[in-house]
Write a protein that binds this ligand. Structure first.
Ligand SMILES: [Fe+2]
Length: 494
């Protein structure tokens, strides 16, 4: 089976629409199939959502490739549902009618679906709820059923009162709220969609009426706003900007629909982002902290560094990297005026195939033994420390002295710190040394080496720890002839 959107571009929209509803019907039946399962139900819901979103667009604009792609995705999902679980009333009716009277397949499925679903609806409330969610519509809250004679009388009285009010002269008739309004229903209310639910397409020589176009883009409600915004961002000329904008709108709206924020909560969210931006300057990057602590930085890193076998694993850059750190000769002590347990760091840079790389640039930076970086205390120490650049020797080796870094909390006196506190999380990172290693013709490596045994290895606030990046900070006794604390440590990276 070849799923190629280009092969669907010339399919007449009438056929696309009915075939799409046919696919939706299969997904709908999968939601209440006797042998349904949670995975198929998820696929069915996603299939309905995608097709219901794409079909009205295809009818209005048959050459919309994004909508065609969405429809193909929805059709695939619905096809999987059809093959995985048994079908029911709708399917049986359509095939009996189609076989008996030689009726067209897709059209028959399309016409029968609302009737079969209306018949089944009271017996399958969970499936109906999923369909409502997939269509992005609100279901009217069902009133609890009344019981007994008194309730029955009350019901009749209410019905009669309703009827009297409805016919009271001069009274404005009350609008009945539909129990469930589907995407096709919404599409029918669109002036560009005709009574059959198909788009009134503008012929090639028919001039565009901007006034009428505008009418389509008003009066949005909870059910129609997402499609309206998507339609507008599709005007982006750049393909990538269009893709990113559409995804942003889809996911942002889905997020809002899921949490249903109060107006006050929305304002709190805006205030949080505002304070996050206001916290940023040339020394503090609160947005990177936000990205780090929500795992986004590591996700972006993972997507962009699917490293080959044998390559050192990557992790986040972090907010304390400084470009163009001072270059030092191999063996230099980069601790500056900082005090702490002496640390000798040695390592070798090689290709993924194991060949040593001479002249590679090794950028290193780490915190002091209180967990502070130089850029956080520049006013006190006056110059950069515990960071430098080295070049590997002819065997790809590098080595330098510094002091042992400590575990540290990320800056948590701003909005991100308050977020962590509200989420019941600590702000700590395990002790580590940062590396950025580059060489001409090779991909730059950004990584850390973590201290074995650190108490925060399993709860790093930025989710950056990988087993392959953990090393012993080995303790050694002091040798004669070297002026240092009684014990020193070595970090050997291979
Ligand atoms: Fe760090």
């Amino acid at each position: 089976m070849i799923y190629d959107v280009d092969l669907t571009m010339t399919m007449p929209p009438e056929l696309s629409a009915t075939s799409g509803i046919n696919a939706i019907a299969h997904a709908v039946e999968a939601l209440y199939a006797r042998d349904r399962n949670p995975v198929i139900s998820l696929m069915a819901q996603e299939g309905i959502r995608t097709l219901a979103h794409a079909l009205p667009i295809i009818c209005a604009q048959p050459d919309d490739k994004t909508a065609r792609t969405d429809a193909l995705y929805g059709a695939w999902l619905s096809g999987i549902c059809l093959g995985a679980v048994g079908m029911a009333l709708h399917h049986k009716l359509c095939h009996t009618l189609g076989g008996s009277f030689n009726l067209p397949h897709a059209e028959t499925h399309t016409v029968i679906l609302p009737h079969a679903l209306a018949y089944n609806a009271p017996a399958v409330p969970d499936a109906m709820a999923r369909i409502a969610t997939a269509l992005g519509v609100r279901r009217r809250r069902a009133r609890p059923p009344r019981s007994g004679a008194k309730a029955c009388c009350a019901g009749i009285a209410a019905r009669d009162r309703h009827a009297r009010e409805r016919h009271r002269p001069g009274r404005r008739p009350r609008r009945e709220e539909p129990v469930l309004e589907s995407a096709p229903d919404r599409a029918r209310r669109n002036p560009r969609i005709d009574r059959t639910g198909l788009a009134r397409r503008r012929s090639a020589n028919q001039p565009r009426d901007p006034l009428k176009e505008n009418i389509d883009m008003r009066n949005f409600d909870e059910a129609t706003i997402t499609d309206a915004v998507l339609q507008r961002v599709r005007a982006a000329k750049d393909d990538r900007i269009r893709q990113v904008s559409e995804a942003l709108v889809r996911h942002l709206h889905a997020f809002v629909r899921e949490i249903e924020p109060t107006q006050a909560e929305w304002e709190t969210g805006i205030d949080f982002l505002t304070r996050t931006g206001q916290m940023c300057d040339d020394k503090r990057q609160e947005f990177i902290l936000l990205s780090d602590t929500l795992g986004v930085s590591m996700l972006v890193d993972a997507i962009n560094h699917r490293t080959p076998e044998g390559a050192t694993e990557t992790t986040v850059l972090g907010p304390f990297y400084v470009q163009r750190a001072p270059e030092h000769p191999l063996g230099a002590d980069i601790s500056g005026t900082m005090e702490g347990a002496p640390l000798l760091v040695t390592g070798t840079v090689s290709t993924a195939g194991g060949e040593p790389l001479a002249g590679a640039v090794v950028d290193v930076w780490h915190s002091d033994d209180d967990g502070y970086y130089d850029v956080q205390q520049l006013d006190e120490i006056g110059e950069l420390a515990m960071r430098a650049r080295f070049r590997t020797d002819e065997n790809g080796r590098f080595w330098f002295w510094s002091i042992r870094p400590a575990a540290y909390p990320i800056p948590h006196d701003g909005p991100v710190g308050k977020m962590l506190e509200a989420q019941g999380r600590h702000p700590w990172r395990p002790a580590h040394v940062h590396f950025m290693i580059s060489a001409p013709g090779h991909q730059t490596l950004v990584t850390h080496v973590f201290a074995a045994g650190d108490q925060y290895l399993d709860s790093d606030v930025v989710f950056g720890v990988k087993d392959s990046l953990i090393r012993e900070f080995a303790v050694h006794a002091c040798r004669n002839g070297r002026s240092m604390a009684a014990r020193w440590r070595s970090l050997i990276i291979i």
